[in-house]
Ligand binder design. Structure first.
Ligand code: PMP
Length: 402
């Protein structure tokens, strides 16, 4: 089990902001000292560009960067290190697939199947590529409780479906979607599957080989790592067949004035100087998570989830969105007659940081017929006491408005 008191000591932000109750972890997480130290250590001791220099610090930087690739491979259960492409984040990873794979493989009449639960970063790239290629974008609907409506799969998974792109854990509802079932349905009609793992990877054990998905995307900053780094996992044969996304240095084998050939995968998809420090920092974040143990993280967050669920439900006028059993520690809610921005603003005066807005998921808001929600999302350093503070803050907010 997690010793949250000890964990909090690793996060200087809480010592520097003693009144801060940080409950916006679905947006980004805080960084442990070991990650911050890893970044400083790189810049102070072996800052150099990678893959090119033949001097010692460049070789050290290259080795640290490539070590993170092995680290990520193990972390998500990939079989082959060539499957791990470093990107700027989930958004870039999905854009890479939409452009490189979609740009080559989609044609008029083809269907891209996504869900009404997607983050904008798993909607817009597909809207753009569908417009460019003439493919159609279809949506699996959601139910009131925040689950996917998979009751009529033949309606959505058809011979025209070429790729299914689905969020693993909803950033609004917390719903954990049945990826293995979706992969099976998609593969039966010959479609590929891309999983947006931005919200699942930080909190649960992820195994891309067991899920058998074709693409998997996630971001470092939502799992204790630095901003500006993320991962695209892809089956190697898909990466081999795909055209490059960005062109430039590093991704080439031979360049002539007329044409060029490409580097091996994964470097074919890592044009230019990558986010070296951030990649190395991501490796450190993975080490930290591994040290705690992902089963322990899930177990602790389940405790937070249950406690918060019980406490939040007791607040008069509260409406919680996303009530499925299989969910992560994320709560979207509204308080009757109080605008979410007012709620978040008042809570901020008590030092409680939550999110208010559409959470980059406007189709969900449309479905629920609301403009915005409040969202509290938890991570390993949050405590039951902080949930009490949130609940007390909400009760005071309700009193203020009545
Ligand atoms: N997908 C989901 C489910 C998310 O929650 C987010 C971030 N809020 C993203 C994608 C985009 O991640 P990033 O901004 O790190 O690219």
């Amino acid at each position: 089990m997690i010793d949250v008191k000890t964990i909090r000591k690793d996060f200087l932000i809480f010592q520097n902001n003693p009144d801060l109750v940080f409950l916006d972890n679905a947006s980004t997480t805080q960084k442990p000292q070991s990650v911050i130290d890893t970044l400083s250590h790189y810049y102070e001791n072996y800052n150099a560009n990678i893959h090119r220099g033949i001097y010692q610090i460049a070789e050290k930087a290259t080795a640290a960067y490539e070590k993170t690739r092995d680290n990520v491979k193990e972390f998500i259960g990939a079989k082959d290190r060539r499957s791990i492409v470093f990107t700027k984040g989930t958004t870039e990873s999905i854009n890479l697939v939409a452009n490189s794979w979609g740009g080559e493989n989609l044609k008029p009449g083809d269907e891209v199947l996504i869900t009404e639960m997607e983050h904008h970063s798993n909607i817009i790239p597909w809207q753009l590529i569908c417009k460019r290629t003439g493919a159609n974008l279809k949506y699996i609907p959601i139910n009131e409780d925040g689950s996917l409506d998979l009751s009529d799969p033949e309606k959505y998974f058809t011979i025209n479906t070429k790729i299914v792109c689905v969020i693993h854990q909803s950033n609004v509802f917390g719903t954990i979607n049945p990826i293995a079932e979706i992969v099976k349905l998609a593969h039966e009609v010959g479609a590929l599957v891309l999983v947006d793992g931005a919200q699942s990877t930080p909190h649960h054990k992820v195994n891309v080989s067991e899920l058998n998905c074709d693409f998997f995307a996630f971001s470092g900053h939502k799992m204790l790592g630095p901003t500006g780094v993320g991962v695209l996992y892809a089956k190697p044969e898909l990466l081999e067949a795909m055209h490059p996304f960005l062109g430039g240095g590093e991704m080439i084998r031979k360049v002539t004035m007329e044409e060029s050939t490409w580097n091996d995968i994964p470097w074919k998809f890592e044009a230019g100087t990558p986010n070296i420090a951030q990649v190395i920092g991501l490796g450190s974040a993975i080490d930290y998570i591994n040290k705690i143990g992902r089963e322990n993280i899930t177990e602790y967050e389940t405790e937070l989830l249950k406690y918060a669920q019980e406490k939040l439900q007791s607040i008069p006028g509260i409406n919680i969105y996303g009530t499925v059993k299989d969910k992560g520690a994320v709560f979207s809610f509204n308080v009757e007659n109080i605008h979410p921005h007012d709620v978040a603003h008042i809570l901020d005066t008590y030092g409680i940081a939550i999110r208010a807005g559409h959470h980059c998921a406007q189709p969900i808001m449309k479905k629920l017929n609301i403009a915005a929600t409040n969202r509290a999302s938890f991570y390993i350093y949050n405590t039951l006491g902080e949930i009490d503070q949130l609940v007390n803050g909400l009760i005071k907010t309700v009193e203020l408005f009545n």
